[in-house]
Design a protein around this ligand. Structure first.
Ligand code: NAD
Length: 249
């Protein structure tokens, strides 16, 4: 494989879960990956894990505060200065919360929206001029199956993912003249820490609602990010690609 040979990719929230699989698969496909994590320790331990798979992987980490535009812009500019360009930006970092509307703390609503929506805008705002000046690029954000029909609790989370889809569809149109493709992946329930720690009974209940009758693996979600970042998707933009075992239906 080498679908992303010599590409420079920035991946936010790459230290664990779906983001870690994206970073791993991008490296397997020949990209240089700069992961943006929230803390130095978690970034370093993710890098150690990746280097133990292959010590020749070109991977490094930054930890800008994703909820602060100046911080994100500084980190993106540093990467562009160091490598001469950024070919791929993956906006993957995100948080969820399941509170009922009757108990929802408005501050919590802000927290979810600022990370899941504003930070996606910040990353794209900072990288767009760099990609434009380099002749093009690819931007992919992590949406969710709940961005199609919503969910019956934790309203900020689905609202934030509807907004991710809105940014994706609008910016695909705005950035197309600059050869910048903008897409999103909408995963279904995926076997990350959060789901792995659920009681077996709960996991079985979730599986029964999914037509493919199983929970998705992070590597299966990451494959969609490889496809969308690669030249195999050279005519795909403005797409929200569901990878959910048909759970959205
Ligand atoms: P996770 O909690 O395992 O990983 C989240 C990642 O985001 C981590 O790397 C974490 O460090 C990072 N992050 C969280 N808050 C951050 C902050 N304030 N600043 C910087 N980084 C921060 O979760 P995951 O399941 O791998 O989720 C990744 C993405 O996939 C999220 O956008 C999530 O909404 C989406 N998603 C997950 C599922 C699922 O079932 N796991 C389903 C649909 C969509």
């Amino acid at each position: 494989m080498g679908l992303l040979k010599n590409k420079i990719a920035v991946v936010t929230g790459g230290t664990r879960g779906i983001g870690f699989s994206i970073v791993k698969k991008y490296l397997e496909n020949g990209a240089t990956v700069i992961m943006f994590g929230s803390r130095e320790e978690t970034v370093n331990s993710a890098i150690d894990k990746l280097k133990s798979i292959n010590e020749d992987y070109n991977v490094e980490g930054y930890y800008p505060k994703l909820t602060n535009y100046e911080d994100v812009e500084r980190a993106i500019n540093e990467v562009a200065h160091k490598y001469g360009r950024i070919d791929i930006l993956v906006n993957n970092a995100g948080v969820s919360a399941m509170e009922s509307i009757f108990d929802y703390d408005p501050k919590k609503f802000d927290d979810v929206m600022v990370l899941n929506v504003n930070s996606v805008f910040y990353g794209i705002r900072a990288v767009a001029p760099i990609m434009r000046d380099c002749g093009g690029g690819v931007i992919i954000s992590t949406s969710s199956m709940v961005s199609i029909y919503g969910q019956p609790a934790g309203v900020a989370y689905p609202a934030s993912k509807f907004a991710v889809n809105g940014l994706t569809k609008s910016l695909a149109r705005e950035l197309a003249p600059y050869n910048i493709r903008v897409n999103a992946v909408a995963p279904g329930v995926t076997n990350t820490d959060m789901v792995a720690n659920l009681p077996e009974e709960k996991r079985e209940g979730i599986k029964s609602t999914i037509p493919l009758k199983r929970i998705g693996e992070p590597d299966e979600i990451a494959d969609a990010f490889v496809y969308l970042a690669s030249d195999m998707a050279s005519y795909v933009t403005g797409e929200i690609l569901s990878v959910d075992g048909c759970a959205r239906s």
